[in-house]
Design a protein. Structure first.
Length: 261
């Protein structure tokens, strides 16, 4: 097994608060296409010390750990964006072909990155697992992760608006059920305001809220809709590319209703 297969070089960033991504690091080290570099964006020095202690468990894969102290008063999406950007600041991004942002509690089978690369997409996945073609990331985002509440949606919607190829993650990924996030109304409220800025049309937003409330068995996602409506009423300005997304998705909605637009 080698770290580079067919010349593909993958950079991985794992944002971490206190959890130890031991299982994930082991999964990455066993990939048929192994990452060239894994950077752990840790919230404290203690996490980095513990990461160094498990070095023997992750084989020959190159792992670095940097401390990115978060402001816990900020939305988790903003904290994640800042941690990723601090991690990327001193890396020569053009030397990599793909960038993977992955959560610490995700587990993947040994051939998973190979399966994702075979899709030949600019983006594979959403939320806890997002594999992005580096050239696309540099061109559309200047190599910087969005520091916004809906950071994952920001990435995928902007790619969609400019015609890039997006694919769902292949089967085999194992995701931990969200716990802490579902207990905070502010998470949903601020994300709802940001989703309005992204140009998500109201009917799609309503479907999203219904799905979240049903899947998480809580009414807290209703605050997403409240945040969205407040942004609408107060006239919050959309992101520049969001007008394209709103226009396209609204036309799609009207076509489903068989209304000519």
């Amino acid at each position: 097994m080698t770290s580079i297969t067919n010349g593909v070089r993958i950079l991985v960033v794992i944002p971490v608060i206190s959890e130890m991504p031991v299982g994930l690091l082991r999964d990455l080290s066993l990939q048929t296409i192994r990452p060239e570099l894994v950077v752990i964006a840790a919230a404290s020095n203690s996490v980095c010390r513990r990461i160094r202690d498990i070095g023997s468990d992750i084989g020959k894969m190159k792992v670095e750990c940097i401390v990115t102290r978060p402001d816990m008063k900020e939305h988790v999406g903003i904290r994640v964006g800042k941690a990723i950007n601090q991690s990327l600041r001193h890396i020569n991004l053009v030397s990599f072909d793909y960038f993977l942002k992955i959560d610490a509690d995700v587990n993947i089978p040994n051939n998973y990155l190979q399966k994702c690369l075979a899709l030949n997409a600019d983006l594979v996945g959403l939320g806890p697992f997002m594999l992005i073609r580096m050239k696309t990331f540099l061109k559309l985002f200047d190599g910087k992760w969005p520091e916004t509440p809906a950071d994952d949606a920001h990435i995928s919607i902007k790619l969609y608006c400019f015609g890039y190829k997006i694919e769902r993650w292949p089967q085999g990924i194992r995701l931990k059920r969200e716990g802490g996030i579902s207990g905070r109304w502010t998470y949903y409220y601020l994300r709802g305001k940001d989703e309005f800025k992204l140009g998500i049309e109201p009917f799609h937003e309503l479907r999203n809220v219904f799905h979240l409330a049903k899947s998480r068995r809580t009414l807290l996602p209703v605050f997403t809709l409240i945040g969205y409506l407040i942004a609408l009423i107060t006239g919050v300005e959309l992101y520049e590319f969001s007008y394209i997304f709103f226009h396209q998705t609204f036309k799609s909605f009207l076509r489903r209703l068989k209304i000519r637009y």
